[in-house]
Design a protein around this ligand. Structure first.
Ligand code: MTE
Ligand code: MO
Length: 359
């Protein structure tokens, strides 16, 4: 007990701790979501910052829980908000624990969910809980909360967070041989011991996309939009003439490096002659799932028909799927039936990827 009281006495003022927790949680939800789009090393800092702030939150929550423990344990002082606050503390601790566990090399899959999936789910649950909690408990810090001593303690807390973060990073490197990518993803071999389809890497879809196999003979690929000469191609028209080694990195936390073969999107576009207005290229699946890339980036992407020595299997997106180096797995549209040249970006794609496949 006395040691916990010591923790309380070393802490920044309660209002400051609470504000830091609120700010850190908001940052974690935001940076966690944005980190889903990080696919190249120049975005790695965001993932680091996410981990650093997460570790700092462990310390802040320790301060907070030490402070409120009497109020929670002595049931007399419960009010209507207390159960929700406890639930929030549990969810917060669980999302921190799963995040740290993943970082130091752990993974305990539950119903096909990786520990990273679980971490994301818990984090997303935290956002509405925090909003409800703030509605009831919100208060501004008072002037007296913000003196020099408070500033020093806050600084010390943040510095301790940075040190603790270095320790987890080093632990990870020692235990895990730095097999995690800068995105946080691990090689498939570390996560799956069963043979996956094709013996290579898992078949995954984002939420509910699960079409019937595409009939190769009936399938046509339309290349149209802001182009001079739209075309409709058959599977045999798409003879693979390029190969590209690229990393498929899923937000579930796995990655695989494969050699993909197919047709360079730039070659496909050259044959249809994009107009002067062309800025984006949208790749549309038979399921409606879709993603767009800026024109220049799209040119360097591959419309893959093969992986390794084999034709794509149905699960991996046959007859053709997008291979977009530097982009995350969810952007690598499978079962493509349309390549559409556009003037504008496509903000609705963020929603469509979540809902496509639900009837
Ligand atoms: N049409 C469509 N394409 C899709 C998806 C989807 O749900 N529907 N899932 C994406 C996700 S989240 C990933 S990680 C990759 C997985 O590719 P794989 O199944 O070949 O491993 O496909 C992407 N392409
Ligand atoms: Mo994914």
């Amino acid at each position: 007990m006395s040691r916990l009281d010591g923790l309380v006495r070393a802490a920044p003022p309660p209002a400051v701790v609470d504000w830091l927790i609120g700010g850190c949680v908001a940052f974690e939800v935001g940076s966690g979501l944005v980190s889903f789009t990080v696919g190249t090393p120049d975005g790695a800092w965001l993932v680091w910052l996410h981990a650093l702030v997460g570790v700092t939150l462990v310390g802040l929550l320790a301060f907070k829980l030490a402070r409120v423990r009497h109020r929670v344990l002595g049931r007399v002082s419960w009010d209507r908000q207390t159960p929700l606050s406890i639930l929030m503390a549990v969810v917060a601790l669980a999302s921190l624990a799963t995040g740290v566990f993943w970082t130091v090399g752990g993974n305990v899959p539950i119903w096909g969910w990786t520990t990273l999936n679980l971490h994301v789910g818990l984090g997303l649950l935290l956002a509405p809980l925090l909003l409800v909690h703030l509605r009831a408990r919100f208060r501004l810090p008072r002037r007296t909360d913000l003196d020099r001593r408070a500033a020093m303690r806050t600084g010390a807390t943040l510095a301790a967070g940075a040190v603790a973060w270095r320790v987890t990073e080093t632990t990870d490197r020692l235990l895990d041989g730095a097999s995690r990518r800068f995105t946080g993803s691990k090689p498939t071999a570390d996560l799956y011991d069963t043979e996956t389809e094709g013996g290579r890497f898992p078949v995954t879809s984002w939420v509910a996309d699960d079409p019937d196999p595409v009939d190769r003979d009936a399938w046509r690929l339309r290349v149209d939009g802001h182009v001079a000469d739209p075309v409709s191609l058959s599977a045999d028209d798409l003879a693979p003439d390029r190969s590209l080694t690229a990393t498929l990195d899923c937000t579930s936390g796995w990655y695989t490096v494969q050699e993909w073969r197919g047709v360079r999107v730039g070659d496909l576009l050259a044959s249809v002659e994009p107009t002067d207005e062309a800025r984006y290229v949208r790749f549309v699946s038979v399921t409606g799932y879709r993603w767009s890339l800026p024109l220049e980036e799209a040119r360097d992407a591959l419309l893959a028909t093969h992986v390794g020595d084999d034709r794509l299997s149905h699960g991996h997106g046959a007859p053709a799927r997008l291979v977009a180096p530097g982009r995350r797995g969810f952007q690598w549209v499978k079962w493509i039936e349309r390549v559409e040249v556009r003037r504008e970006p496509d903000p609705a794609q963020w929603v469509v990827t979540l809902v496509s496949g639900f009837d």
